[in-house]
Design a protein around this ligand. Structure first.
Ligand code: NAP
Ligand code: GDD
Length: 336
C-alpha cells in the first residue's frame, strides 16, 4: 500500500524527475502532470529510472479544465507545482506566456484545491530570481524582492498569491524560495549545463569554442537532488510557511567555467568567448542565499553536495554522454 498520493506538475523537467524519484522512495503513489507535445519528452524520467513507477496525467497550466480533471481524478494529498516557463532569458521574448504559466498557473491550482478539497497541501516553486538586483547579500525570507525579469515578476505574483490563499482561506500552501540548482539532467539552455556540455565536446574535439554572455554574474548553485528533499520537508511541517533553500556560497559564471574546464585538464580562457547575443536586456548580478531557517526548522542540510562536486558530476555525465552515446540514447529510445 502507498503512504500518500502526490501530484507533480512539470514532471518532465529537471526537478520533476528528481522529486518523483524521491517521493517514490518514500512510498508515495506519484502522479505526473505533463503537457501534450508532438514529441514525447520523458527522457529524464527514464534517465533516473522512475518512469515505470509513476502515472502520467495530461495537464496544461493555462487550461483550468485539465488542472481540475487531473486533481479530481488522482485525489492527491500533496501537490507540487513545478511547472513553469522557467528560462529567464526567454521570458523577455515571451512575457505573456510566462505570466500565464509561471504566474497565473498556480492560481488555477489554488482555486481548484479551495473548491474541491481544501485539505490538499500545495508546494509552490518560488525562486531566488525574485530578489533581482537586491543590494542585500545573502538573501533570506525577509529580504525585499526586486524582480528584474518578466519571469521573476510572474513568480513573485505567484508567491504572493500562495501566501494570500494561505491567509484568506487557511490552505496549507508553502513556497520554497529555491536558489539555482543543477544536475546532469539540467536543461541545455541554462548556463551550467551549456558550460559542461560544451567543455566535454571541446575535450573530445567535437566543438571549438564556448560562447557565453555575462561572465561576472554570481549564483548560489546547489544540486537538484538535495533540493527536492526540502520541498517535501516543507509539506511535512505542522504549519505552512515559506523557506529559502540555498548552499550559502556563490560563484561567478567565470569560476564555473574555470572549474569545469579544469576538471577536463583544459583552461577556460583558451575557449570561452563573450558573445553579446547571450547578454540579457537586464541581468541579475549576485544571488546568494541564507537558508538558516530551513536548516533550523526543516533539518535540511545545505552542505550535502559541495560546488566542486556538483561541477564534476555534470562534467563527467556530459563526457560519458559523448563518449558512449548509445548509453545515453537508450533513455530517448525507450519511449519511442
Ligand atoms: P524545467 O526543467 O524547465 O521544467 C519545467 C517544467 O514545466 C517542464 O516539465 C515543462 O514541460 C513544464 N511546463 C512548462 N510550461 C507548461 C505548461 N504550460 N503546462 C504544463 N507544464 C508546463 O524547470 P526545473 O529546473 O525543473 O524547475 C522546476 C520549477 O522550479 C520551475 O517552476 C522553476 O521556475 C522553479 N525554479 C527552478 C530553479 C532551478 O534552479 N532549477 C530555481 C528556482 C525555482 P515541458 O517539458 O513540456 O516543457
Ligand atoms: N543561460 C545562459 N546562457 N546564461 C548565461 C550565459 C549563457 O550563454 N552567459 C552568461 N549567463 C549568465 C546569465 O546572464 C545569468 O546571469 C547566469 O548566467 C545564470 O543564468 P541561467 O543559468 O540561465 O539561470 P538563471 O539564474 O537566469 O535562472 C535559473 O535560476 C533561477 C533561480 O535563481 C533558472 O533555473 C530559473 O528558473 C530559476 O528561477
Amino acid at each position: 500500500m502507498f503512504n500518500k498520493r502526490a501530484l507533480i506538475t512539470g514532471i518532465t523537467g529537471q526537478d520533476g524527475a528528481y522529486l518523483a524519484k524521491f517521493l517514490v522512495s518514500k512510498g508515495y503513489k506519484v502522479f505526473g502532470a505533463y503537457r501534450r507535445s508532438s514529441t514525447r519528452n520523458f527522457w529524464r524520467l527514464h534517465y533516473l529510472d522512475v518512469k515505470k513507477d509513476i502515472e502520467l496525467l495530461p495537464v496544461d497550466m493555462i487550461d483550468q479544465t485539465s488542472i481540475m480533471q487531473a486533481i479530481s481524478s488522482c485525489e492527491p494529498d500533496e501537490i507540487y507545482n513545478l511547472a513553469a516557463q522557467s528560462f529567464v532569458g526567454d521570458s523577455f521574448m515571451e512575457p505573456i506566456a510566462t505570466g500565464e504559466i509561471s504566474g497565473l498557473g498556480v492560481v488555477r491550482i489554488l482555486d481548484t484545491i479551495r473548491l474541491l478539497n481544501p485539505k490538499i497541501k500545495l508546494y509552490q516553486a518560488s525562486t531566488s530570481e525574485m530578489y533581482g538586483n537586491s543590494t542585500i547579500v545573502p538573501q533570506n525570507e525577509d529580504t525585499p524582492f526586486q524582480p528584474s525579469s518578466p519571469y521573476a515578476a510572474a513568480k513573485l505574483y505567484a508567491h504572493w498569491v500562495v501566501r494570500n490563499y494561505r491567509e484568506a482561506y487557511g490552505l496549507f500552501a508553502c513556497s520554497g524560495i529555491l536558489f539555482n540548482h543543477e544536475s546532469p539532467i539540467r536543461g541545455i539552455e541554462f548556463v551550467t549545463k551549456k558550460i559542461t556540455d560544451t567543455a566535454a565536446r571541446i575535450k573530445l574535439g567535437l566543438s571549438e569554442k564556448l560562447h557565453l554572455g555575462n561572465l561576472e554574474a554570481k549564483r548560489d548553485w546547489g544540486f537538484a537532488g538535495d533540493y527536492v528533499k526540502a520541498m517535501w520537508l516543507m509539506l511535512q511541517q505542522p504549519t505552512p510557511d515559506d523557506f529559502v533553500i540555498a548552499t550559502g556560497e556563490s560563484h561567478s559564471v567565470q569560476e564555473f567555467c574555470d572549474v569545469a574546464f579544469g576538471e577536463l585538464g583544459l583552461q577556460a580562457k583558451d575557449y570561452v568567448v563573450v558573445d553579446q547575443k547571450f547578454v540579457r536586456p537586464r541581468d541579475v548580478a549576485h544571488l546568494q542565499g541564507d537558508s538558516s531557517k530551513a536548516q533550523r526548522m526543516l533539518g535540511w542540510n545545505q552542505k550535502e553536495t559541495p560546488f566542486s562536486e556538483l561541477v564534476r558530476m555534470m562534467v563527467r555525465a556530459d563526457l560519458e554522454k559523448y563518449q558512449h552515446p548509445d548509453r545515453f540514447m537508450k533513455h530517448f529510445l525507450k519511449h519511442i
